[in-house]
Design a protein around this ligand. Structure first.
Ligand SMILES: C[S@@+](CC[C@H](N)C(=O)[O-])C[C@H]1O[C@@H](n2cnc3c(N)ncnc32)[C@H](O)[C@@H]1O
Length: 223
């Protein structure tokens, strides 16, 4: 059988270790009855599926990576969540959702790669009055951008910090161990080349794990 080393590495499975923090951030919100939730940059949907499990609402995921959305579609079918989760290939810069569509907008690891001002204008437009914006990002990025949120109508109401060095301890260290096993198991396979970008990421985080300390910040739309 052909080797698919990235399937064996399965970073999506490793990523699930962070769902406990998704849950903690969600529980910090006031109780939302049947909320309409938008996950921006949902990728293959790891946090999005968790939001469906945590809430009794309707969840929408958007992303511009069609391959990730295709993987997400399969997961939605497998989990029998087609009636609760809808996904669209859309950019947060210009979604075609009606104004004031959502009670909650969720960001995990996306805003920092985007134009924050353009993203916040659209988030404000599509969020209902008093709706919530949850931002899960590296602390350094959030701190550097914190002053921008009120300018776009978002007040900080709560936050929590993930344990120190958790990206290293909970995600990259297990990935490093898994990669060592794969290198041993498939030595001489050309597939091993595909591990290189992951090894670069690992060494970047390993060198300075505190740089990747992360937090969830909860904002509310005030105007
Ligand atoms: C680091 S991944 C995070 C994925 C997911 N939120 C998670 O936590 O597993 C960033 C995602 O943002 C998506 N993205 C990049 N630009 C975007 C845009 N303009 N609008 C929506 N999503 C975007 C990427 O395709 C990618 O799936």
């Amino acid at each position: 059988m052909a080797i698919d080393i990235l399937k064996d590495l399965n970073t999506e499975k490793l990523r699930e270790v962070f769902l406990k923090y998704t849950g903690k951030a969600f529980e910090m919100l006031p109780k939302l009855e049947n909320p309409s939730i938008l996950d921006i940059g949902c990728g293959s949907g790891t946090p999005t599926i968790e939001l469906a499990k945590l809430s009794d609402g309707e969840i929408t995921g958007i992303d511009i990576d069609q391959a990730a959305l295709d993987r997400f579609k399969l997961k939605i079918e497998k989990e029998d969540l087609s009636s609760r989760i809808k996904i669209f290939n859309l950019s947060i810069y210009n979604t075609d959702f009606s104004a004031e569509s959502f009670n909650l907008i969720w960001d995990e690891g996306v805003l920092h790669i985007l134009n924050i001002k353009k993203s916040l204008v659209e988030c404000n437009r599509i969020l209902k009055p008093n709706g919530f914006l949850v931002v899960g990002e590296v602390i350094k990025w959030i701190s550097n951008n914190l002053k921008i949120f009120p300018k776009y109508g978002f007040n900080l109401i709560d936050k929590f910090f993930l344990p120190e060095e958790c990206w290293w301890r909970e995600y990259y260290l297990p990935m490093e161990i898994k990669i060592k096993d794969l290198r041993y198991k498939f030595k001489k396979s050309k597939e091993l080349e595909k591990l290189k970008p992951y090894e670069s990421e690992i060494s970047m985080v390993k060198k300075n794990p505190k740089e990747f300390d992360a937090a969830f910040y909860i904002f509310q739309k005030v105007n």
